[in-house]
Ligand binder design. Structure first.
Ligand SMILES: Cc1cc2nc3c(=O)[nH]c(=O)nc-3n(C[C@H](O)[C@H](O)[C@H](O)COP(=O)(O)O)c2cc1C
Length: 306
């Protein structure tokens, strides 16, 4: 067991902590290792359904392969009750630094199962999940956090966050949009109000696309950390100060995926994202249709002289 890193202590350092967001299909181990090379301080797994994880070895083997270099790490679970979340947490406890409860996924299937953003409609249930899990885990250093979307009102959102704090949440990650909002600018003013109203660390998420955005949103909100999803897919080197994916980062992806097994589809999809802003449309059509790793490697070696 690698020594555990206290995530609240990390978030309380006197600098902006940079976090790779949970992303279904994408924030898997090889990608986490890539963004860590470029200054990512903390990474999340994709959302994992807690009861499948607790009950199925196949699910565990597919979704979770701990590695001593892949730290600090938060495993994000979807849960609709305290038992499922606590059972899943007990399994990952020896190998990671914390777990996060998904209280933000707005997809219809997830809400219908009682997961994701359904939970912000029932803060009492979230409190129960946090408290039950805290009582089961024999370490105060182990982080139990929530990732939320904001509610329709500022008062309601702040009150909800205070409730999660008093239940024992280690920190709160806030996607500054409501469940109904998609691409509109996030409400950073509400994230600031949350930060001003609780004593635990707060992380800002939503709409951070460039290194400049990191500074700007930190300044507006005063948060402890920033969390990025889409911006890191398009440019995994963003936390290192790069405006767009440098060729070195593409080369790093090739070596990371040699070391950490990655299925072809993920290997290819990440390269498609990384080259989104550096490849003309006609060339994208060619690249996106490549079907074999060898063809991709030949293409990259020709284009970038790798
Ligand atoms: C491909 C993709 C997959 C995502 N999967 C998850 C997930 O598993 N859990 C979660 O809480 N949010 C998930 N999200 C939402 C992001 O974590 C984040 O909250 C949202 O994209 C806003 O941040 P951004 O503007 O930096 O992209 C996903 C987003 C994307 C683009």
């Amino acid at each position: 067991m690698v020594e555990r890193i206290s995530i609240p202590d990390l978030l309380n350092e006197d600098r902006i902590i940079k976090i790779c967001a949970p992303m279904v299909r994408y924030s898997r181990r090889a990608f986490r290792m890539l963004v860590r090379k470029y200054g990512c301080d903390l990474a999340y797994t994709p959302m994992i359904i807690s009861n499948s994880f607790a009950q199925s070895k196949q699910c565990r083997d597919n979704e979770f392969q701990p590695h001593e270099l892949d730290r600090p790490l938060v495993v994000q679970f979807a849960a609709s009750n305290a038992k499922d979340f606590a059972d899943a947490t007990e399994i990952v406890f020896p190998d990671v630094d914390g777990v996060g409860l998904n209280c933000g996924c707005p997809q219809r299937w997830a809400m219908a199962e009682g997961y994701g953003a359904k939970l912000i409609k029932n803060p009492e249930l979230v409190r129960d999940i946090i408290k039950t899990t805290r009582n089961r885990i024999p370490s105060n250093d182990f982080s139990i956090s929530v990732k939320i979307r904001i509610l329709e009102t500022e008062e309601g959102t702040v009150d909800m966050c205070r409730q999660f704090e008093s239940a024992g949440a280690s920190y709160i990650a806030v996607h500054g949009r409501t469940t109904k909002e998609r691409n509109q600018p996030p409400h950073y003013d509400i994230i600031k109000s949350i930060k001003d109203s609780v004593d635990i660390p707060v992380v800002a998420n939503g709409g951070i696309k460039t290194p400049h955005d990191i500074e700007r949103i930190h300044e507006i909100t005063g948060v402890n950390g920033v969390m990025v999803a889409q911006g890191l897919l398009n440019n995994p080197a963003m936390f290192g100060g790069y405006e767009k994916t440098p060729v070195q980062c593409i080369e790093d992806w090739l070596s990371v995926t040699e070391q950490f097994e990655t299925i072809f589809q993920h290997f290819h999809n990440h390269l498609i994202y990384m080259q989104k802003y550096t490849t003309p449309k006609w060339e994208k059509q060619v690249f996106n249709n490549l079907k074999h790793k060898k063809d991709i490697l030949d293409y990259l070696s020709l284009k970038y002289e790798l």
